[in-house]
Each structure stands twice: as C-alpha cells, then as structure tokens.
Design a protein. Structure first.
Lengths: 253, 176
C-alpha cells in the first residue's frame, strides 16, 4: 500500500472497529434486557452496527489488497491492533449507562455521518448515507429513554447522572483527529471531527437541560483508542467475541 | 406483480421513487429475468417479493453470466444472504448460468421503493405498511387509535404497535 492507501485503510478499519465493538457491547443485552421489547430493540441496534462494521471492513480489505476478509479483521486481530475510540468499548454497566452512551454516540453519528455522506470517495459516501438513516432512528429511541429515566424515579435519575459523570471524560475522544485522518480531510475523503464538537456540546446540553441536568463542555479527554491503547475492558471483550475463531480457526456458519 | 400495479383497490398515490423503478424495469431488455425474480421472496416477510420490497435494483447481462443488484434494507439485515441464495437458485433452475448477486449501497434503500402491491400485501399479512407521517392504522380492524410499544419489532425493519380498539399487537413496517 502507498501512503494514501495506508491512510484510507487505517481510517476504514477505525470506523469499522468503532462499530463492531459497540455492536458487541449492545449484543450483550440480548436475553438480559429489562423487558422483551427492549431486549429486541437493543439487539436490532447491534445488528445495524454489525452491518456498518462489515461495510467498512469489506472496503478496507479491498484497499489493503492482501486477500484478507472482513472476518480476519474482526476476529484475528489483537487488542493492540484494534483502533476503536474508547467510548465504544466500555462495559454495558446498567441500562442507564448503556442508553446514555447510545444517546451520546447517536448525536455524534447523526452529524458525523451526514458530513461523511458528502465524501468524495463514493463508496464511503454511500456507506455513510446508509448508516446515517439508521443512527437518526436510534436517536429517536435513545432521546425518550434519557428523558424518561432522567425524570422518572429518584433511582433512575441517580443512575442517569452517574452514567453522565462516568462517560463525560470519554466524549472528547470522538472529536480528536488522527494524523492519517487529517490527510484524508485535506483530500476531501474524511470529515473534520474537531468542528463538530461545539455543536455536539450545545445539542446535548440543551437536551439534558430540559430535564434540569447540567452537563459540562466535553473537555477532559481520555484517549488512545486510535493508537491501540485501550481500557482494561477491551481485551476481555475480544476474548469472548473472538473465541470461536481462535478455538476453531476458519470455522464458518 | 407488475401486471397488477394498475388494478389495485387502494388509493392511487404518485410515488416518484417507485414510478422510476417501475419505468426502469419496463424498459429493461431482460423482462424474463425480472419476471423470474418475482418468485424470490423476503424470508421474513411471507409472500413479499424482493421486487415489491424494493430491494431488487437491477438486472445486468455480463460477458459470461448475469449480475443481479440488490440493495439491503438495513445494513445488518441477516436476510440478505438467504435472498442471494434464492436469487441464484431461481435463475439457475430456469437455465441461467453464471448468476451472481451484487449488494449495492447506492441508492440507499428507502420505503419509497416499496411497491403499492407490496404495501397492500403487508396489510394482508397484518403488518401496517410504511407511512411517511408515521400514521399507523391497525391492519386488523383499521382503527387509527394505535400506539407505539417499541421502536423495534421482530426484525430491524419493523416497529411494534398496539391497537387501542381491538387490542391486537402488530408490526409496523417503519417508514425509512
């Protein structure tokens, strides 16, 4: 791969990793949801993210041109080779935490993918155009949940506020540009994340203010995901997600 | 289902996206292939063809075979693999060789691509068809007094509703 292809590959794998890691976390709710409909809803959102990861990975392996498949990318890379942003990998915790995380990324992806659908790389534009419709629908679902839990019982409000504090420090990384991403922005392929930050802050703050919750600007940044530096949680997650392919190499459905 | 598009007993509405699909199909040189593909159904929507669902996008003749373009409803839709197999099987059984299915992402599928016959069929299997304003009428008793139970139903393309009059739970094929 030349420099340009290498940049594109890393960019695509990063977006794919974001999606597949969050998808696996959401799938952990399957059969554990608070009630049946919610169980099904979270599993369906997980499915949307799996589809998103596949589209990015399929493109990535074509760019790489070594004959690897999307499954090789998902199942045969180690923790340090995964480059997802950290917010996606945090354990599901309680339902409030899962929904606050979902609300945060939904707000982000609605803006980010909308911009990415204008990419001059037609395939990336098509993936983003497809995915942004799904994220808009996810947001329609996460917002009422945040409202309901924030304004519900003392207990549900306490849990929402605890989740906000826990996640506050992981939001900033969504808006940090990697070096390869900067080069791709200059070529019209990628999107400048930094310019989305103030809009995200305003939107989330205004939304939470309706439930009389103050949320600070996303300042503090815990970072490292794009460089393969993760929280202690990702390795455990991958050991479960990759178990079948590691134990039975080449296994297919 | 093309022949029946004109003779339907539902309110005729002009849907430019579907009209464009229909015009494209009608000018194709490969009518026989399109017609054969009317035997391929979505595995999770009994009796709904891939044409009526709107995911069948194009039929192309290649130098050494055929390419059928399919656009998925949702990016993670697990039905796509089964549909691909069915397309290849139907055409191979009819004597076509070298059939392959290409999953295309553009144009992105939308419920505007669902045919009028498809919407009618959805109602007949007690699934409320997509409505651009999300006005959902009960497919069982026709009442407009319905409420959302969950944004996701039995598959990614459906939401779960309940009728306040006949109390039936039913799927709504989401406007998307």
């Amino acid at each position: 791969m030349n420099q340009q292809q290498s940049n594109l590959y890393r960019f695509l794998v990063g977006l794919g990793d974001d999606a597949v890691v969050l998808s696996h976390r959401l799938s952990e709710w399957c059969s554990n949801g608070p009630y049946l409909e919610e169980d099904i809803a979270l599993s369906n959102i997980a499915l949307d993210y799996i589809g998103r990861a596949r589209m990015f990975y399929q493109y990535a392996v074509e760019v790489e041109g070594k004959g690897r498949t999307e499954d090789d990318i998902a199942y045969l890379r180690t923790e340090r080779e995964y480059t997802n942003l950290l917010i996606h990998e945090l354990p599901i915790n309680d339902f409030a935490f899962t929904m606050v995380r979902q609300f945060f990324v939904d707000v982000f992806y609605c803006e980010y993918l909308e911009k990415l659908s204008q990419s001059n790389d037609e395939r990336i534009a098509a993936i983003a155009a497809k995915a942004v419709k799904e994220s808009r629908y996810h947001l329609k679902r996460s917002e009422p949940w945040i409202r309901q839990l924030s304004e519900g019982t003392d207990e549900s409000r306490r849990r929402i506020q605890a989740a906000l504090v826990e996640l506050e420090n992981f939001v900033g990384e969504l808006f940090i540009m990697s070096d390869w991403e900067k080069e791709l922005v200059a070529e019209g392929v990628a999107v400048d994340r930094e310019v989305l930050q103030s809009g995200w802050d305003k939107y989330v703050q205004a939304f939470l203010a309706q439930s009389e919750i103050n949320f600070p600007d996303s300042q503090l940044q815990i970072r490292g995901g794009r460089d393969g530096i993760h929280t202690e949680h990702l390795g455990h997650m991958l050991s479960e997600m990759q178990y079948m392919q590691r134990a039975y190499p080449g296994l297919q459905w | 289902m093309v022949a029946s598009e004109k003779s339907m007993d539902i309110i005729p509405t002009v849907n430019p996206v579907f009209a464009e699909r229909l015009a494209y199909r009608k000018q194709s040189r490969f009518q026989q292939v399109w017609d054969l593909l009317d035997k391929v159904y979505d595995p999770e929507l009994p009796g709904l063809t891939i044409w009526d669902l709107g995911i069948l996008q194009d039929v192309k003749k290649l130098d050494n075979g055929w390419q059928i373009d399919i656009t998925p409803t949702y990016s993670g839709c697990p039905a796509v693999d089964a549909i691909n197999q069915d397309v290849v099987e139907v055409l191979s059984n009819a004597g076509f060789i070298g059939v392959k299915v290409k999953v295309v992402l553009a144009p992105a599928w939308s419920t505007e691509m669902v045919s009028p016959a498809g919407k009618k069929h959805l109602r007949s299997i007690n699934i409320a068809p997509p409505d651009e304003n999300d006005n959902v009428d009960c497919p069982v008793c026709g009442s407009s007094h319905t409420k959302l139970v969950s944004q996701f139903g039995s598959t990614a393309c459906k939401a779960l509703y309940q009728c306040d009059d006949c109390f039936e739970n039913f799927d709504y094929f989401k406007h998307f």
